[in-house]
Design a protein around this ligand. Structure first.
Ligand code: ATP
Ligand code: MG
Length: 209
Protein backbone atom coordinates (compact mmCIF):
# COMPACT_ATOMS: atom_id res chain seq x y z
CA UNK A 1 0.00 0.00 0.00
CA UNK A 2 1.04 3.54 -0.61
CA UNK A 3 2.62 5.35 2.26
CA UNK A 4 0.76 8.43 3.33
CA UNK A 5 2.59 11.68 3.03
CA UNK A 6 3.69 12.96 6.41
CA UNK A 7 5.07 16.41 7.03
CA UNK A 8 8.42 14.98 7.96
CA UNK A 9 9.67 11.91 9.75
CA UNK A 10 11.91 14.18 11.77
CA UNK A 11 10.03 14.78 14.97
CA UNK A 12 10.44 18.09 16.71
CA UNK A 13 10.47 17.51 20.43
CA UNK A 14 10.46 20.33 22.95
CA UNK A 15 11.91 19.83 26.40
CA UNK A 16 10.96 22.13 29.23
CA UNK A 17 13.27 21.50 32.15
CA UNK A 18 12.81 22.92 35.59
CA UNK A 19 12.59 22.29 39.28
CA UNK A 20 8.84 22.89 39.06
CA UNK A 21 8.73 23.68 42.74
CA UNK A 22 5.86 24.25 42.02
CA UNK A 23 4.99 24.40 38.31
CA UNK A 24 3.07 27.58 37.34
CA UNK A 25 1.53 29.43 34.39
CA UNK A 26 4.88 31.04 33.51
CA UNK A 27 6.24 27.59 32.65
CA UNK A 28 3.11 26.47 30.82
CA UNK A 29 2.64 29.64 28.79
CA UNK A 30 6.30 29.64 27.77
CA UNK A 31 6.15 26.03 26.60
CA UNK A 32 2.95 26.63 24.65
CA UNK A 33 4.37 29.72 22.94
CA UNK A 34 7.45 27.76 21.86
CA UNK A 35 5.39 24.79 20.66
CA UNK A 36 3.19 27.05 18.62
CA UNK A 37 5.96 29.17 17.11
CA UNK A 38 8.23 26.29 16.05
CA UNK A 39 5.44 23.81 15.30
CA UNK A 40 6.75 21.20 17.72
CA UNK A 41 5.19 17.73 17.88
CA UNK A 42 5.20 17.73 21.65
CA UNK A 43 6.69 19.23 24.75
CA UNK A 44 8.14 17.07 27.46
CA UNK A 45 8.14 18.64 30.91
CA UNK A 46 11.07 17.33 32.82
CA UNK A 47 11.19 17.90 36.56
CA UNK A 48 14.80 17.78 37.68
CA UNK A 49 16.07 15.26 40.20
CA UNK A 50 18.79 16.95 42.20
CA UNK A 51 19.69 20.21 40.46
CA UNK A 52 23.30 21.31 40.98
CA UNK A 53 22.48 25.02 40.83
CA UNK A 54 19.82 25.26 43.51
CA UNK A 55 19.91 25.23 47.29
CA UNK A 56 18.46 21.95 48.41
CA UNK A 57 16.52 22.97 51.44
CA UNK A 58 13.56 24.58 49.73
CA UNK A 59 13.11 21.85 47.16
CA UNK A 60 10.33 19.48 48.08
CA UNK A 61 10.25 15.75 47.30
CA UNK A 62 10.61 14.97 43.59
CA UNK A 63 7.57 12.73 43.76
CA UNK A 64 5.40 15.76 44.54
CA UNK A 65 7.09 17.94 41.91
CA UNK A 66 6.52 15.23 39.34
CA UNK A 67 2.87 14.73 40.35
CA UNK A 68 2.18 18.45 40.08
CA UNK A 69 3.84 18.50 36.65
CA UNK A 70 1.64 15.59 35.53
CA UNK A 71 -1.49 17.31 36.75
CA UNK A 72 -0.55 20.65 35.19
CA UNK A 73 0.19 19.20 31.75
CA UNK A 74 -2.87 16.91 31.48
CA UNK A 75 -5.15 19.39 29.74
CA UNK A 76 -2.81 20.00 26.77
CA UNK A 77 -2.56 17.07 24.34
CA UNK A 78 0.87 18.27 23.19
CA UNK A 79 2.27 18.24 26.73
CA UNK A 80 3.58 15.34 28.73
CA UNK A 81 5.55 14.86 31.92
CA UNK A 82 8.66 12.71 32.10
CA UNK A 83 10.26 11.01 35.08
CA UNK A 84 13.61 10.50 33.33
CA UNK A 85 15.46 12.97 35.54
CA UNK A 86 13.82 12.18 38.86
CA UNK A 87 14.64 8.49 38.35
CA UNK A 88 18.31 9.10 37.66
CA UNK A 89 20.72 8.81 40.59
CA UNK A 90 22.99 11.68 41.58
CA UNK A 91 23.00 15.25 40.31
CA UNK A 92 20.82 16.16 37.35
CA UNK A 93 22.75 17.30 34.30
CA UNK A 94 20.92 18.31 31.15
CA UNK A 95 23.56 16.70 28.95
CA UNK A 96 22.66 13.25 30.34
CA UNK A 97 18.99 13.89 29.67
CA UNK A 98 19.59 15.04 26.12
CA UNK A 99 21.65 11.92 25.40
CA UNK A 100 18.89 9.74 26.80
CA UNK A 101 16.25 11.52 24.71
CA UNK A 102 18.35 11.10 21.58
CA UNK A 103 18.38 7.35 22.25
CA UNK A 104 14.61 7.27 22.73
CA UNK A 105 13.69 9.60 19.86
CA UNK A 106 16.22 8.53 17.28
CA UNK A 107 14.95 10.63 14.43
CA UNK A 108 14.31 13.90 16.17
CA UNK A 109 15.38 17.46 16.64
CA UNK A 110 15.31 18.41 20.28
CA UNK A 111 14.43 21.94 21.33
CA UNK A 112 15.56 22.63 24.85
CA UNK A 113 13.58 25.48 26.34
CA UNK A 114 15.03 27.72 29.00
CA UNK A 115 14.08 31.03 30.51
CA UNK A 116 16.41 33.94 29.89
CA UNK A 117 17.72 33.69 33.45
CA UNK A 118 18.88 30.12 32.91
CA UNK A 119 20.53 31.09 29.63
CA UNK A 120 22.59 33.78 31.34
CA UNK A 121 23.89 31.21 33.86
CA UNK A 122 24.65 28.56 31.28
CA UNK A 123 28.45 28.77 31.48
CA UNK A 124 28.40 26.66 34.63
CA UNK A 125 26.73 23.72 32.87
CA UNK A 126 28.49 20.39 32.58
CA UNK A 127 29.78 19.61 29.05
CA UNK A 128 28.21 22.77 27.68
CA UNK A 129 29.51 22.18 24.17
CA UNK A 130 27.97 18.70 24.09
CA UNK A 131 24.60 20.20 25.06
CA UNK A 132 24.70 22.38 21.98
CA UNK A 133 25.57 19.41 19.78
CA UNK A 134 22.53 17.53 21.03
CA UNK A 135 19.87 20.21 21.01
CA UNK A 136 18.65 23.48 19.65
CA UNK A 137 18.24 25.87 22.55
CA UNK A 138 15.30 28.21 22.88
CA UNK A 139 15.73 31.15 25.20
CA UNK A 140 12.47 32.67 26.38
CA UNK A 141 12.27 36.18 27.69
CA UNK A 142 11.32 36.50 31.28
CA UNK A 143 10.14 39.58 33.15
CA UNK A 144 12.99 41.33 34.92
CA UNK A 145 15.70 39.71 32.81
CA UNK A 146 17.47 42.33 30.70
CA UNK A 147 17.13 41.78 26.98
CA UNK A 148 20.47 43.25 25.86
CA UNK A 149 22.25 41.02 28.29
CA UNK A 150 20.48 37.97 26.89
CA UNK A 151 21.15 38.86 23.26
CA UNK A 152 24.81 39.40 24.06
CA UNK A 153 24.95 36.04 25.76
CA UNK A 154 23.32 34.30 22.82
CA UNK A 155 25.77 35.84 20.36
CA UNK A 156 28.69 34.83 22.52
CA UNK A 157 27.49 31.22 22.75
CA UNK A 158 26.85 31.05 19.01
CA UNK A 159 30.40 32.18 18.30
CA UNK A 160 32.14 30.08 20.87
CA UNK A 161 30.24 26.81 20.45
CA UNK A 162 28.57 27.16 17.08
CA UNK A 163 25.37 26.74 19.08
CA UNK A 164 21.87 26.79 17.68
CA UNK A 165 19.98 29.20 19.88
CA UNK A 166 16.60 30.68 19.16
CA UNK A 167 15.14 33.59 21.03
CA UNK A 168 11.44 33.93 21.65
CA UNK A 169 9.40 36.66 23.25
CA UNK A 170 6.61 35.18 25.29
CA UNK A 171 3.83 37.10 26.98
CA UNK A 172 5.29 38.35 30.23
CA UNK A 173 3.95 36.50 33.22
CA UNK A 174 5.68 37.76 36.29
CA UNK A 175 5.27 34.50 38.19
CA UNK A 176 7.99 32.51 39.92
CA UNK A 177 7.98 29.41 42.08
CA UNK A 178 9.87 31.34 44.75
CA UNK A 179 7.10 33.91 44.95
CA UNK A 180 4.47 31.18 45.07
CA UNK A 181 6.23 29.40 47.93
CA UNK A 182 6.45 32.66 49.84
CA UNK A 183 2.77 33.36 49.32
CA UNK A 184 1.83 29.93 50.60
CA UNK A 185 3.98 30.42 53.70
CA UNK A 186 2.27 33.73 54.37
CA UNK A 187 -1.16 32.19 53.68
CA UNK A 188 -1.67 34.52 50.73
CA UNK A 189 -3.70 33.54 47.70
CA UNK A 190 -2.00 31.80 44.77
CA UNK A 191 -5.17 31.53 42.72
CA UNK A 192 -4.83 32.27 38.95
CA UNK A 193 -1.03 31.96 39.11
CA UNK A 194 -0.98 28.21 38.54
CA UNK A 195 -3.54 25.58 37.47
CA UNK A 196 -6.35 25.07 39.93
CA UNK A 197 -5.74 21.32 40.25
CA UNK A 198 -2.10 22.01 41.18
CA UNK A 199 -3.28 24.49 43.79
CA UNK A 200 -5.57 21.81 45.21
CA UNK A 201 -2.74 19.27 45.23
CA UNK A 202 -0.55 21.68 47.20
CA UNK A 203 -3.17 22.26 49.89
CA UNK A 204 -4.20 18.62 50.09
CA UNK A 205 -0.61 17.53 50.68
CA UNK A 206 0.22 20.48 52.90
CA UNK A 207 3.20 21.52 50.76
CA UNK A 208 5.40 24.62 51.30
CA UNK A 209 4.00 25.33 54.74
P1 ATP B 1 12.39 29.34 41.41
O1 ATP B 1 11.77 30.65 41.76
O2 ATP B 1 12.29 28.30 42.48
O3 ATP B 1 13.78 29.48 40.84
P2 ATP B 1 11.18 29.31 38.80
O4 ATP B 1 9.85 29.97 38.81
O5 ATP B 1 12.34 30.10 38.30
O6 ATP B 1 11.49 28.72 40.23
P3 ATP B 1 12.18 26.95 37.57
O7 ATP B 1 11.64 25.59 37.83
O8 ATP B 1 13.45 27.37 38.19
O9 ATP B 1 11.02 27.99 37.99
O10 ATP B 1 12.19 27.28 36.02
C1 ATP B 1 12.24 26.33 35.00
C2 ATP B 1 12.41 27.07 33.69
O11 ATP B 1 11.29 27.91 33.43
C3 ATP B 1 13.63 28.00 33.67
O12 ATP B 1 14.22 27.90 32.39
C4 ATP B 1 13.03 29.35 33.92
O13 ATP B 1 13.81 30.37 33.35
C5 ATP B 1 11.69 29.24 33.22
N1 ATP B 1 10.66 30.13 33.81
C6 ATP B 1 10.21 30.12 35.06
N2 ATP B 1 9.26 31.06 35.26
C7 ATP B 1 9.09 31.68 34.08
C8 ATP B 1 8.24 32.78 33.62
N3 ATP B 1 7.40 33.40 34.45
N4 ATP B 1 8.36 33.15 32.33
C9 ATP B 1 9.24 32.54 31.50
N5 ATP B 1 10.05 31.52 31.86
C10 ATP B 1 10.00 31.09 33.13
MG1 MG C 1 14.34 29.88 38.78
Amino acid sequence: SKKLYTRSSLKKIGVMGGTFNPIHYGHLATAEAVRNKYDLDKIIFMPSGTPPHKSKKEIIDKKHRYNMTMIATMSNTYFEASDIEIKREGMTYTVDTLEELKRIYKNSQIFFITGADALCDIDSWKYLEKNFELATFVGATRPGIECDEVNQKINQLKQKYDANILNIYVPSLDISSTDLRNRIKKIESIKYLLPENVEKYIYKNNLYR
